[in-house]
Design a protein around this ligand. Structure first.
Ligand SMILES: [Zn+2]
Length: 412
C-alpha cells in the first residue's frame, strides 16, 4: 500500500529522450517512502485508488512537473546592494561604488557581522520565496565570508536552512569568490589558506559537497583556480566553475579538465570551450538574472552549446550584487527571452539538467519510479506556459519527499 496517490493531473516526466517532455494526460502518481512508486495513465493503475494508497488526493486537472532544482545560488548573505543598483542607474561606476563602501566588500563586511542565526534569519524569506515558486532542491554557495571561520559559518547556515524548511540544500564552498581585503597584497597567501586549511576542514566537517571558483580578471586566474580545484579533488569534493562571465578566460576548458559538474555563466566562452564542455559531459549553467541586471549584451553561446550536445541548466544565481532573483520560474522565462532557449529546454533546464549540474541525476529532476518524490502542480494548461509568464507564481502546490509542503520553518 502506497502512502499517497495523486489523481486528476497531466504530467510531464522529463525522462531523457521522451517525446513532448514525456507528456502523460490524465496521469496518476503513487508515492511510498518518500519516493515515486508509480507513474502512468490513470486507467492503467493496478486497482481502485482507495485500495492502493492510504491517502488519495486530487490535483484538480493541473500540470505536474518534477520539483524544481535551483543549481546556482548565493542566497545566504548579510545586507543587500539596493544602493549600488540605484547608483549604477545614475551612472556611477563600479570603482566609485566600491570606493564609497559598496560592492562585494560591503556584502562581505555585513556577512561577517552576522551570527549563524542571523544569517539563517536573513536568508529564510528569500529561500521561502524560492520554495513557494516550486524549488525542492537548492544549491547554496558560501563566498561572502572569505575567511575560514565565516565561510564555515555560511555553510552551517545553509545546512540549517535545509533542516528548517522542506527543501534539500546542496552546499558548495566558494571561498575563491573574491580576494579578501586582508590578503590584498598576498594573493598566494589566500590560495594557500584555502588549499591547506579551509577546503580540508570543510570536507572533514562534511559542510560542502563541492568547491566552486570564480575564474575572472576581477577574481582569480586560471592557475590560482586550478590550485583550488586540485585541493578540492584531493579532499574528495566535486568541482564547479564560474566561467567566462566577463571575458574569455579559458575557464570552460579549465572546468572540463577537472571534470566539473558544471561551468556557469559562459557569456564569453569560445568554440573551443564549448567543445571541451561537450567532451567532459559538464553541464552549462546559464544565469539570465545576472545577465539582465548587469546590462550585459553578449549572451552565452546557446546555439553552439545545443549543437555540441552540452546539457543546459538555468538557475537564479540569487545574490545581492548582480542577481537579486528569488524566482526560478522567472529565470526560466528570462532564459527564453534573453538567450532564446526553447520552451522544452527551459523546463529541462530547471529540472533534469539542473539535477545533473548537482550530481543528482540518479535521484531527482524527472518523474520516474524510484526517484525522490519531489513534484509541483501548476495552474497551467501546457508545459510551454511554464516559461511564458513573467513573474507571478503559478505553483498551486508542491510535494517534497512525498509530503505536501507548507513553507513556515518547522523548528528553530
Ligand atoms: Zn554565482
Amino acid at each position: 500500500v502506497w502512502d499517497a496517490i495523486w489523481l486528476d493531473l497531466n504530467a510531464v516526466t522529463l525522462e531523457a529522450g521522451a517525446a513532448e517532455l514525456g507528456w502523460i494526460g490524465d496521469a496518476a502518481l503513487g508515492v511510498a517512502g518518500g519516493k515515486l512508486a508509480w507513474i502512468g495513465p490513470r486507467q492503467q493503475l493496478p486497482g481502485p485508488p482507495a485500495s492502493l494508497a492510504r491517502e488519495v488526493h486530487s490535483a484538480g486537472g493541473r500540470l505536474a512537473t518534477p520539483g524544481l532544482i535551483d543549481c546556482h545560488t548565493h542566497v545566504v548573505f548579510g545586507g543587500n546592494r539596493a544602493l549600488d543598483f540605484a547608483l549604477r542607474a545614475q551612472g556611477v561606476g563600479y570603482q566609485q561604488i566600491a570606493a564609497a563602501g559598496g560592492g562585494i566588500r560591503s556584502t562581505v563586511k555585513q556577512t561577517r557581522e552576522l551570527s549563524e542565526d542571523g544569517l539563517v534569519a536573513a536568508a529564510l524569506p528569500r529561500v521561502q520565496a524560492l520554495l513557494k515558486d516550486g524549488v525542492t532542491t537548492l544549491e547554496i554557495k558560501s563566498g561572502y565570508g572569505l575567511d575560514v571561520e565565516t565561510e564555515l559559518r555560511l555553510l552551517r547556515a545553509a545546512r540549517r536552512i535545509g533542516q528548517l524548511l522542506p527543501v534539500d540544500v546542496v552546499p558548495t564552498l566558494l571561498a575563491a569568490h573574491a580576494l579578501p581585503p586582508e590578503f590584498a597584497s598576498d594573493r598566494a597567501g589566500y590560495i594557500d589558506l584555502l588549499t591547506r586549511e579551509l577546503i580540508p576542514e570543510a570536507a572533514k566537517q562534511q559542510l560542502a559537497v563541492a568547491v566552486d571558483v570564480f575564474c575572472e580578471r576581477i577574481a582569480f586566474t586560471r592557475a590560482e583556480c586550478a590550485r583550488v580545484l586540485e585541493a578540492a579533488r584531493a579532499a574528495g569534493l566535486a568541482v564547479k566553475v564560474h566561467a567566462d562571465q566577463l571575458s574569455d578566460m579559458g575557464a570552460a576548458q579549465l572546468a572540463a579538465e577537472f571534470g566539473a559538474l558544471s561551468a556557469d555563466h559562459l557569456e564569453y566562452t569560445s568554440p573551443a570551450g564549448v567543445a571541451a564542455l561537450a567532451r567532459a559531459g559538464t553541464v552549462a549553467v546559464l544565469l539570465p538574472g545576472a545577465y539582465l541586471m548587469t546590462g550585459e549584451t553578449r549572451p552565452p553561446p546557446v546555439a553552439a552549446l545545443r549543437e555540441a550536445g552540452v546539457p543546459m541548466a538555468v538557475a537564479t544565481d540569487c545574490n545581492p550584487g548582480t542577481s537579486p532573483c528569488t524566482s526560478l520560474t522567472l529565470a526560466s522565462t528570462l532564459s527564453r527571452a534573453l538567450f532564446v532557449l526553447t520552451a522544452d529546454e527551459a523546463l529541462a533546464a530547471v529540472t533534469r539538467n539542473a539535477a545533473r549540474a548537482l550530481g543528482l541525476a540518479g535521484s531527482r529532476g524527472t518523474l520516474q519510479v524510484d526517484q525522490q518524490a519531489d513534484f509541483c502542480f501548476w495552474d497551467l494548461q501546457h508545459p510551454r506556459e511554464f516559461s511564458y509568464w513573467l513573474g507571478g507564481n503559478a505553483c498551486w502546490a508542491s510535494v517534497h519527499r512525498g509530503r505536501r509542503r507548507s513553507y513556515e520553518p518547522t523548528r528553530h
